[in-house]
Design a protein around this ligand. Structure first.
Ligand code: ATP
Length: 235
């Protein structure tokens, strides 16, 4: 698969209701993220942004609708095949960064290469060197920082490690869920610039969720989840 031959994410008629809930949280007629495209997605708290990312990542089952990532319908895969597909093709940056605190930044960045042969292969002849370069490009070039336990890093530094981990081995699609929420204004813009630069370098598509609409101008396209929701669609 190459990054340029297919859409990165394609969603059609996606309706999702959390178990036990009375109303659907997602009613999306159509959403596409093209290969290499960067999209900023906003929407009020509770509108379903994280749920949408969970549906795209195949973390929740979608009984109604189609979600494909790089041409693959995740619901057609068994649990273990879905895990392998996710590791190979998706980089995910969470609201809380989920670094393994006892591992160094370089070791954290290398985790996707441990879970996916494709990511390892795409990370170059020596993935540890690629990890160190990615960290340097994201402003963490100091070898002492790169090899300290991740728990010793500031929040902003951990965020950059999480970004490097999502990007290593050019996964095709990066999903980012409020990755700047703990940063101040300058650090936010700096982080977004670095992330976009690295995505462009790898040809990676980016779906970036944030409340902070001031960041929208950095992206190819901005969407509000409310506008993607089709009114009156039965759930
Ligand atoms: N694991 C879950 N089980 C049941 N309901 C959930 C679960 N996760 C989210 N929800 C519900 O789905 C709705 C959308 O939540 P979601 O986290 O997707 O919104 P969001 O737009 O990402 O919000 P925020 O901006 O506050 O992070 C909320 O009503 C929430 O209570």
């Amino acid at each position: 698969m190459t990054n340029h031959l297919m859409s990165a994410i394609s969603i059609q008629s996606l309706h999702y209701t959390w178990p036990g809930a009375t109303e659907a949280v997602l009613n999306i007629g159509r959403f596409d993220l093209q290969a290499g495209e960067t999209v900023f997605l906003s929407g009020p708290s509770g509108s379903g942004k994280s749920t949408l990312l969970a549906a795209i990542a195949g973390v929740i089952d979608i009984p109604d609708g189609t979600v494909t990532v790089r041409g693959q319908d995740l619901s057609a895969l068994s649990g273990s095949a879905r895990d392998r597909f996710r590791a190979a093709h998706l980089g995910i940056i969470f609201q809380v960064f989920n670094l393994l605190p006892w591992l160094s930044p370089v070791e954290n960045v290398l985790l996707p290469c441990r879970f996916s042969g494709i990511r390892r292969q795409q990370a170059g002849p020596d993935p540890a060197v690629t990890a160190a370069h990615l960290l340097r490009d994201l402003g963490l070039g100091d070898p002492a920082l790169q090899n300290a336990p991740a728990s010793a890093l500031s929040v902003g530094q951990q965020q950059r490690v999480a970004a490097a981990r999502a990007l290593i081995g050019a996964p095709g699609v990066v999903l980012a869920d409020e990755p700047t929420s703990a940063l101040d204004e300058d650090a936010k813009t700096g982080f977004v610039d670095l992330l976009l630069r690295e995505c462009a370098a790898a040809g990676t598509s980016l779906l970036f969720v944030s409340h902070d609409r001031s960041l929208a101008r950095h992206f190819d396209r901005a969407e509000d989840l409310r506008d993607l929701q089709s009114a009156g669609v039965p759930c």
